[in-house]
Design a protein around this ligand. Sequence first.
Ligand code: AKB
Length: 312
Amino acid sequence: MSKDKILVIGSSGQIGTELVHNLRAVYGTDNVIASDIKRTAQAKEGPFEVIDVMNAHQLGEIVTRHDVNQVYLLAALLSATAEKMPKLGWELNMQGLFNVLDLAKEKIIDRIYWPSSIAVFGPNTPRENTPQFTIMEPSTVYGISKQAGERWCEYYFKKYNVDVRSLRYPGLIGWQSAPGGGTTDYAVHIFHEALKTGTYECFLSENTTLPMMYMPDAIKATIGIMQADADKVKIRSSYNLAGFSFSPKDIALEIKKHIPEFTISYTPDSRQQIADSWPQSINATEASKDWGWKPDFDLKQMTDDMFSNLKK
Ligand code: AKB
């Protein structure tokens, strides 16, 4: 039986939904507590708690009651939503992180996973094959909160020996759950609309290339870095993570191989400016070198797998 007791905060979101299934397969259903700001259908699948991550007292009580030793903190406002609610974006993304980091500082839990994002990069960052260590200068609230969060993670590691691990996710695409307010969300919507209506109006322009990843790879990386030996996790801010890159035009062409009559139109909105400030491709050499990162899916394999699952 697993000795780990895991709490996933923000478990009903795009990543959490799939992460909880996978963690339960590895650690056992009763050892993985799902939690979100409100009760969701996930509560029927195994242990579930309603948690407001801003409420440090409530969080501490639940962690202690379940004897949790690892926390995956996924609750956050993503790029597009945080631009609409900048103050809430900053407060939620930062206070939530502090509340969890402090639990580890006080030795109540012993390992944390916290996601960062390609949003930590900005318009002055080299856009191709973006290195791990480079100019950052994010221009969105989400990116600023993620960059500050990365600095705090490294600070807590160095100063208080907090075992925190993090990945800079690219845009994530999966069939099990909907994305929630990001700039890369189009890459999920496009599949649903292709099957439902045969057409999609994209909010980014046709040649906007962004780094992306299929969800099974993101889950593999997330559980992989959490299971890696501590001495292998050399970067305690956050690791670059790479899958593959594509533009709306590229993915439309791939979709047409499955649905030849599919059409796409382009009506860029405010999310275009966010996308234009992000890298086009990411160099993940450090993640490969330090703890063995290697993606399984490319654009074609992802598209085939998305359709075979969504059609079911
Ligand atoms: C977003 O678009 O905000 C997220 C991200 C890249 O972190 N998917």
